[in-house]
Every structure is written in structure tokens, then in C-alpha cells.
Design a protein around this ligand. Sequence first.
Ligand SMILES: *Cc1c(COP(=O)(O)O)cnc(C)c1O
Length: 384
Amino acid sequence: MSRINVMKPWLDTEEAEAVAEVIASGWVAQGPRVAAFETAFAEAMQAQHAVATSNCTTALHLALVVGGITAGDDVVIPSFSFIATANAPTYVGARPVFADVDPLTGNVTAETVGAALTDRTRAVIVVDQGGVPADLDSIRAVTDPRGILVIEDAACGAGSTYKGRPVGAGADIAAWSFHPRKLLTTGEGGMLTTSHAGWAVRARQLREHAMSVSAAERAASVIAPAEEYGEIGFNYRMTDLQAAVGLVQLGRLPEIVARRREIAAEYTQRIADIQGLRIVADPSHGTSNFQSLWVEVEAEFPLTREGLLEALAAADVSARRGIMAAHRQPAYADRDTGSVPLPVTERLTDNTLILPVFHQMTEAELAQVVGALIEAASGSAVAS
Ligand SMILES: *Cc1c(COP(=O)(O)O)cnc(C)c1O
């Protein structure tokens, strides 16, 4: 038996060749490949505009800046998310206000967002947690009448659908990640998609120091036009090396999603008889790419979540604790982040774990994980 990791990116010779071509071209920074990747990504996600960034955290930051969110504003977000969701509003001086999540999806809902609204709420960041689509329309039914901006954190969501369309397609603005822990990877990388042309233009400038003339435009002319810096920007650029990988990866997305859903269905079927293990499933309003296939270890299971992690580790299976809760991290524990109780967030963060799923997972590897789960359930594994 060899170690089974929770995730493994699927990168092949096509990606290596694409990078070699970029190197041979002599232009490795943000340039024509980034532009081509933006166009292809916008098309695949049914978005009007796409702006590539250095990662999803910077895309979230830009989304808040172009959306006009600033100091003194409240931004409602799930605590049940990677820390970047909370950090982005903090970067613009706003206050992240934590909302609880639904136990089935791990996502905020119209009810949990409604409960966390304050008279200073100017934006909500809705996360498609672990790839499970959030019910955006019902949340917007609450926020739109109040003029609250909804930003979709689709970091995990490439390949997931909401009401028959790609997640993010119905959002005013969405942020995506190409970290290797997600379905598509460019090493590091991100994307901002939006239906507002003006926001796309401003995000494009802000990611490049707020220069009035892009570096690519300047390089294309013999005498570079003089540029101007109208506001304080950032260097949040993606490189052409990354975009070349992204273009190949994007072509693989349908296959990657299909394979992950197949593996998720296998797990679901094979552990259906285990008492006390609840596996995440598609919600009624969409389909998940199962970026994180999590199980909740319920009270009737013979082991705790930590015990099950140890039992899996003993079988050389490297599962992972479930999604973190930002409100419990030292960075946020002493901050004012609203006062809504977060019982479901705490239950899920304490009792869930993420099972290995990756494109090239073999039947033997799947059987090894399932076998370890069944053994742990029967009480024959070493309990802790
Ligand atoms: C991974 C992730 C991010 C951060 O993405 P990076 O590209 O690593 O910056 C943000 N939000 C969520 C929900 C994530 O899962």
C-alpha cells in the first residue's frame, strides 16, 4: 500500500509543452496567453468579463475595491471557509460579519445571511464551499432590495453548476482560484469574472499598479506611450507561464469534473450502509464538482472525527480535517465580527473530514480508503 493523498493535481506533458512554448516566445510575464486564458475562461463560465489575477485572494480583494466596499462597511461572510474569505474585507478596512451555514451544503443561505445583516452591510461574500453551489437567487432576493452587493467566492467552484449554468454566471462579480488544491491549477493563480464592464476595466488597471497603459501595450510600441497612475494599485498579475498551463487545464475541466463526480458516486454508494457517516451530496439547485468530498462523523459512529483521521492514517490514507471556521482563529477571535451564533459552522468544522479524490485515483486506491472506513466503522480499527 502506498500513501493516498487527499488531492493530486492532474498535470501532463501538454502543460509542460505549453510552458516551453511561452519560454521560447521570450514573453513570460502577463501578455497574450493571459488574454487568451481570460477569454476562454469567460466563455467556459458564461461570464461577460474575466480578469486574471495572481490568486483568488487578490481577486476577492479587487472585487471589494471595484465594488466600492471600504472602511466602515460590514461584509457578511461565512466563517466556515478558508481564511482568505475573511481576510479580503479586512484588507479594505471593512468588518467581516460571520453568518452561519446550512448543514447539508456548508453554505450560507437567505436565512443565515438575513440573520447577520446590519444597517452597515454593503456586501455579502457567498462561497460555493468545497464546490457545492450556493443558492444565490434566494440570497439575492434578500440582499438586492437593500442594494447589497453579492460577491461569489467561487474559488472551489470551477465545473459546479447552479440551476443549469456554471456557478458564478449569475453573480455580479465572482472570484476563482487555480491553487493546486482546486480542480484547475496554474500553480498559483486566480480570476475575477463580472457582468459589469466598468468593474472589469478598473480591476484590470488595479491589478497592474493602476497604470493607464498596460505593460503589454507599452511593450508593443517602439516608443512606449507615457503612462499615468490615477490611483494606488497593486501588482496582482498572472504570468503568461501560468496562463499557458491554465488554458490546457481548462480544456481538461469537463473530464476532471466527470471523473470526480464518478468517484464521489462510488464513495456514496459504498459507504451508504455505514451508520453515522453522512457524505456531502448535490443540493436540489445544482451539481457539485466535489472539490472537497466531505463526510460528517455523527454521534452514532464508533470513533470521533480525530479517531477516524487516525484510523485512516494507519491505513496510509491522508484525509484532511474539514473546512476551518475563521471565527475561531486567533486572527479573528478577538475582533468584532458580529454576534450571530454559529452552531452549524462549529458542528461541521469539528466533525467533518475530507476524503481523497483526484483525477487519476485508481480502483485499488478507492477500495483502500473505503476499506479503511468500513473497518473503522466496525470498531476493529485502533480507536483513540
Ligand atoms: C482556496 C480558497 C481561497 C483562496 O484561493 P487562493 O487562490 O489560494 O488565494 C479563497 N476562498 C476559498 C473558499 C478557497 O477555498
